[in-house]
Write a protein that binds this ligand. Structure first.
Ligand code: ATP
Ligand code: MG
Length: 284
């Protein structure tokens, strides 16, 4: 039995860069879980996500193995990857506005996603699009189907992007900072939505975020990335109660949401600097 996503010893090097963006990452997601990937800016979270869906520039070197539902995706031709994206696996990015075509009614965009992967007629696709819009909480969905993206708030636009991502019932949903561009109250709603949809549809979710509070609330397991490496994987509860890696401890202590009230935010200790980790990796 293979899980929805199996990453094995994946190293990504962008053209012209000495240090790999991700290095020797091994990770298996379990069916239906919400897996949080955390780590500071530049630690390689998005690089890993983009590698899974074949979204890295063609000049990038990717070694190791990435299997979706047991099928190796590294080395697949672009045409095959396109079939996987939005069908077997889908991705939501931080900025909903960038994922939607501003000139096109949102409902048509969702319907088009369905028709790109399924042999359904226009009418059926539109009916399903309205259903999805209602499911992600767009009020009055059948009327708002014809509205262009700018007629919606940022939070509603992100809901529409989620509806499009879920249109073909992907087994794996990768959400890269899906709420960062939204204000705090809307962030919580969108996360709850992703969590509910995951439960209703049995979707596996890889949630990338800076926000350790979010991770504590919704994730079954958490992976901590640092300098391109996956340092620690633990259940959400264990990570907070018993972080085993010193860097994870420093990261938790530096998080305003979990640090003791009134305490000064500590600086990540220099012994866990990226340079130190890189030297360790070179030592084997
Ligand atoms: N297209 C690219 N070309 C060259 N280098 C890149 C490219 N994308 C990312 N990098 C580099 O790879 C490293 C990892 O970046 P990545 O975007 O994966 O980090 P991240 O953990 O997602 O950070 P953030 O939290 O800021 O989104 C960084 O050093 C970054 O500069
Ligand atoms: Mg990123």
């Amino acid at each position: 039995m293979s899980g929805p996503l199996s990453v094995s010893d994946v190293t990504v090097r962008f053209a012209g860069q000495g240090r790999p963006a991700t290095e020797g990452v091994t990770l298996d997601l379990r069916a239906g879980e919400m897996f949080g990937l955390v780590g500071e800016s530049g630690s390689g979270k998005s690089t890993l996500a983009n590698a899974v869906l074949g979204l890295l520039p063609g000049s990038t070197s990717v070694t190791g193995s990435i299997r979706l539902d047991g099928r190796e995706v590294l080395g697949l031709p672009e045409e095959e990857l396109r079939k996987i994206r939005g069908n077997g696996a889908a991705m939501i990015f931080q900025d909903a506005s960038a994922s939607l075509d501003p000139t096109w009614p949102v409902g048509d965009q969702i319907a088009e996603t369905i028709r790109a992967h399924r042999p359904v007629g226009r009418h059926e696709a539109e009916r399903r699009a309205v259903e999805l819009m209602a499911e992600v909480g767009i009020p009055d969905a059948s009327r708002r189907f014809r509205d262009a993206p700018h007629r919606f708030s940022g939070g509603m636009r992100q809901r529409i992007v989620i509806a499009a991502a879920l249109a073909n019932e992907p087994r794996l949903l990768i959400a890269d900072e899906p709420t960062t561009a939204l204000d705090v109250t809307i962030q919580a709603q969108v996360l709850q939505l992703i969590d509910r949809l995951r439960r209703d549809h049995g979707t596996t979710v890889l949630l990338i975020t800076h926000d350790l509070g979010v991770v504590a609330q919704v994730c079954d397991r958490v992976g901590v990335m640092r300098g391109g490496r996956l340092l620690e994987v633990a259940t959400g509860a264990d990570l907070f109660a018993r972080p085993t890696h010193p860097y994870t401890r420093a990261l938790l202590a530096a998080n305003p949401a979990t640090a003791p009230r009134g305490s000064r935010l500590p600086v990540i200790p220099p012994e866990w600097s990226v340079e130190k980790l890189g030297a360790e990796a070179a030592d084997g």
